[in-house]
Design a protein around this ligand. Structure first.
Ligand code: ADP
Length: 220
């Protein structure tokens, strides 16, 4: 019934991406139906997900028989087989699944998925590549960018801030970034306050537009 599956998620294509989404959802306490056409893959996930089914999801009759129309959310992790990815999203859309997420391997693939009915298109490889680019330069130890160009990064403190309180160094008015928290050597993360003194070697958690956060990290 509808209520029974209201909090459940169907994950289609249990490859590296879909498998990771499915197992994380289980860990977060959700019921997950995993579907894959490959028997070995289905076997692999059988005891880790709530339910697993071996099926070709490009056929909407198959999805109908599996009761997929009662699911509030679906994630399509099929990537390399473009035709299967698109036909699966189309079948989910035809069944009226209200929240369809799909993985795209290219911008063109993503555009097709949006036109076909995906409500959210994700580009895991492009997103991770961008993140690694920020990390590999050595200026940031973590970087997360949100859809609207806003970012949060973990980075060192610029020399000009050493030995001063945050209010004295006035990083926000100078660089347009807000220091949210500090990680001092061998200490826990603490929320930043106006009177927090920044020491050499401290890691700052800073927020702002991606461009300003990048400029700020480059100072360190
Ligand atoms: P990843 O890079 O995340 O591993 P892949 O595209 O390689 O992604 O894997 C997608 C998964 O989707 C594979 O396990 C494959 O068996 C499955 N798959 C592909 N086509 C279909 C389909 N028509 N129906 C169901 N599962 C499919």
């Amino acid at each position: 019934s509808t209520t029974e599956n209201a909090d459940s998620v169907v994950v289609i294509g249990l490859g590296r991406f879909g498998g990771s989404v499915a197992s994380s959802l289980v860990r977060l306490g959700h019921e997950v139906l995993g579907i894959d056409e490959n028997a070995e893959t289905v076997q692999h996930w059988a005891d880790q997900l709530t339910h697993v089914v071996q099926a070709d999801t490009t056929n909407s009759d198959v999805l109908r028989q599996l009761g997929i129309k009662d699911f509030a959310r679906a994630v399509v992790g099929i990537g390399s087989d473009l035709e299967a990815s698109v036909l699966t999203v189309l079948a989910l859309e035809e069944l009226g699944v209200p929240d369809i997420w799909a993985k795209a391997t290219s911008v063109k693939h993503g555009r097709i998925l949006e036109r076909t009915g995906a409500h959210h298109v994700v580009y895991p490889e492009a997103a991770m590549g961008e993140r690694v680019a920020h990390l590999v330069t050595g200026k940031m130890t973590d970087f997360i960018e949100f859809d609207d160009g806003f970012a949060i990064a973990k980075t060192g403190a610029p020399k000009e801030a050493w030995g001063k309180t945050l209010s004295e160094s006035a990083l926000r008015s100078k660089y347009g970034v807000t220091v949210i928290a500090l990680k001092q050597t061998r200490a826990d993360l603490t929320y930043a306050k106006a009177d927090t003194i920044v020491e050499p070697g401290d890691q700052l958690i800073v927020a702002g537009t991606a461009a300003l956060v990048e400029t700020f990290a480059a100072l360190t």
